[in-house]
Ligand binder design. Structure first.
Ligand code: IDP
Ligand code: MG
Length: 133
């Protein structure tokens, strides 16, 4: 099914000059970058995006981290875009992410794990609304 998903290159990856290589991986499989913007995430946007994790021990640090510097916000589309992006990203913890995935190749830290991608079509529409309103 044709889908849109929300992808975000997190602050550490922007700082490490990884934008081009991450966008290339999305384009390499044939996904379309529909929108793309370098921007700061507001605290309100971060809290809305990660609402499901509110109350967890890592939540304050997660909000702090994602608002710590510029990110790249993207709307990405294509056949099964949500699952395809999740596959390209790899496991949440870069230490568990397979080689060849974005997190597996570029990351080592669970806190700073390079990239965000929506986990369902419903999350995607909600997150696109948060970041592109
Ligand atoms: P996901 O990004 O693969 O969907 P989620 O479980 O939704 O993973 O967690 C959201 C983000 O919160 C992760 O990408 C990671 O940055 C951070 N995170 C998740 N679990 C932990 C943890 O146990 N410690 C620190 N940060 C975490
Ligand atoms: Mg998630």
């Amino acid at each position: 099914m044709f889908q849109r998903t929300y992808v975000m290159i997190k602050p550490d990856a922007v700082e490490r000059r990884l934008i081009g290589r991450i966008v290339s991986r999305l384009e390499d499989v044939g996904l379309t970058i529909e929108r793309m913007e370098l921007a700061e995430v507001t605290r309100e946007q971060a809290e809305a995006n990660y609402a499901e994790h509110a109350g967890k021990p890592f939540y304050p640090g997660l909000i702090e981290y994602v608002t710590s510097g510029p990110v790249v916000k993207m709307v990405v589309s294509g056949e099964e875009a949500v699952a395809v992006v999740r596959k390209l990203m790899g496991a949440t913890n870069p230490k568990d992410a397979a080689p060849g995935t974005i997190r597996g190749d570029f990351g080592l830290s669970l806190d700073a794990n390079i990239v965000h991608g929506s986990d369902s079509p419903e999350s995607a529409e909600r997150e696109i609304g948060i970041f592109f309103s």
